[in-house]
Design a protein around this ligand. Sequence first.
Ligand code: NAD
Ligand code: ZN
Length: 341
Amino acid sequence: MDAIVKPAAGPGLELRKVPIPEAGPGEVLIKVHKTAICGTDVHIYNWDPWAAQHITHPPMTIGHEYVGEIAGLGAGVTGLHVGQRVSGEGHITCHHCRNCHNGNIQWCKDTIGVGVDRDGAFAEYICIPETNVILIDEELPEDVVSFFDAFGNATHTALMWDLVGEDVLITGAGPIGIIAAGICKFAGARRVVITDVNDYRLELARKMNVDAAVNTAKEDLREVMQEQKLVEGFDVGLEMSGNGAAFRQMCQVMRNGGKISLLGLGNKPIELDMNEIICKGLTLQGIYGRKMDNWHKMSYMVQGGLDLTPVITHRFHYTEFEKGFAAMNSGKSGKVVLSWM
Ligand code: NAD
Ligand code: ZN
């Protein structure tokens, strides 16, 4: 079968013929229909320090955002059948640690990442444990389901807090920030303000009906807050840029008692005014991955009318994957979807 492979330590990816994986006991073979490119895949493509540290066994197939159908069942798998539409949770967990037992599998101490620690989904077929298989309703559009993994990060970050009637600041209008903006509007937030320093992405964010999309390199966020009648500051903050300046600004414009969830991964340590967090009584919550329950919420939000199609800016056949990575690296993209059919 064809697969997009990291051939060796260093930049770039290669389309290669590799064997179709075999579903071992408790595993499910999935025929991939569509995949989406995640920022993590771009790190792996570019071979930055994160990739060099985490991709320890090239050659390997990358990718973890996908939708497809069950093509085979390993020994002992029950309750699933060939032909069912599925996606997959990209974190394979131990099932035995304290967090796995209390339902917080996103904090498993021994997580294995699909497309990072083992072969991924940028291939005609992928094998994953049956416990990671997510059934997907046939009525959901496959282009959107292809990036449910990223939608799950956004869902976990946004739904950490009560959003009804709240004023939300999102820093970072990457695909996940833009999806989070859609979730916040859908969930009943009063004002949703999103910031970035990239006008292309802010324009994309406006398609999610945000109340303001602010380029903080050129505009004064406090003036926007006045226009939006945000007297005491934001109630909820979703940090989705990984940028220290964005996070510091967020802390400054939160109201006392505000709640912040942090998804953005920085590439270096940042400086913080601890007093601001302490004296304002801010609550900070780090977010990793997604809760399993979010997979259900995501399907239901789309069925309930949350339209994420504006986030998709590029569609290519997998043989044109280089164009997809170029679009992601240009900064002028939302989600890039690759078809495997
Ligand atoms: P992305 O890199 O596409 O988007 C980040 C955005 O932040 C970019 O549009 C960038 O222009 C913007 N930005 C940079 N400086 C800024 C500033 N000063 N103010 C406001 N915005 C600024 O990333 P994404 O795919 O949308 O993911 C969002 C973040 O979440 C990334 O940092 C990613 O690494 C991280 N992530 C974390 C997890 C997790 O489990 N914690 C999972 C997925 C992604
Ligand atoms: Zn565990």
